[in-house]
Write a protein that binds this ligand. Structure first.
Ligand code: HEC
Length: 108
């Protein structure tokens, strides 16, 4: 491989890695909405244990960080009940309707 080819391969790799940083990518928001309503809402409405949480509770960046780092540390056992795929779908739903998204949504 000559230098130019190596550089091009490197740039392609960087492009791939940087797109995958968008953690919510690949989730199914429709399924996520269903899962959120069915599971998360039980604790996340006004007056319930977890207080009101909606997609608009956070920005897109905050949602990504929440799913990557925080992972529901207030009640870690909750996260354990979901598959990685389910969490990705829920993350996608929250991300797409975050307060700084094109379609902010209060109802979950
Ligand atoms: C068994 C009850 C329960 C379930 C189910 C539950 N949570 Fe929670 N959640 C809590 C509690 C309790 C807290 C801590 C609330 C507080 O301290 O005000 C919390 C905190 C949070 C927070 C942090 C709120 C903030 O102000 O930053 C987020 C976000 C969250 N939950 C999202 C979710 C999502 C998404 C789901 C579904 C996958 C979910 N929760 C399911 C009980 C629950």
């Amino acid at each position: 491989m000559n230098v130019v080819m190596k550089l091009m391969a490197g740039a392609a790799l960087v492009a791939m890695v940087s797109t995958s940083v968008l953690a919510a990518e690949g989730g199914n928001a429709r399924k996520g909405k269903y899962l959120y309503k069915k599971n998360c809402k039980t604790c996340h409405v006004d007056g319930a244990e977890g207080n009101n949480v909606t997609p608009m509770s956070k920005t897109q960046g905050q949602w990504d960080r929440y799913f990557e780092k925080d992972q529901h540390k207030d009640k870690p056992e909750v996260w354990g009940e979901y598959s990685e795929k389910d969490l990705k779908d829920i993350q996608q739903f929250l991300f797409e309707h975050a307060v700084d998204s094109d379609q902010p949504e209060t109802c979950g």
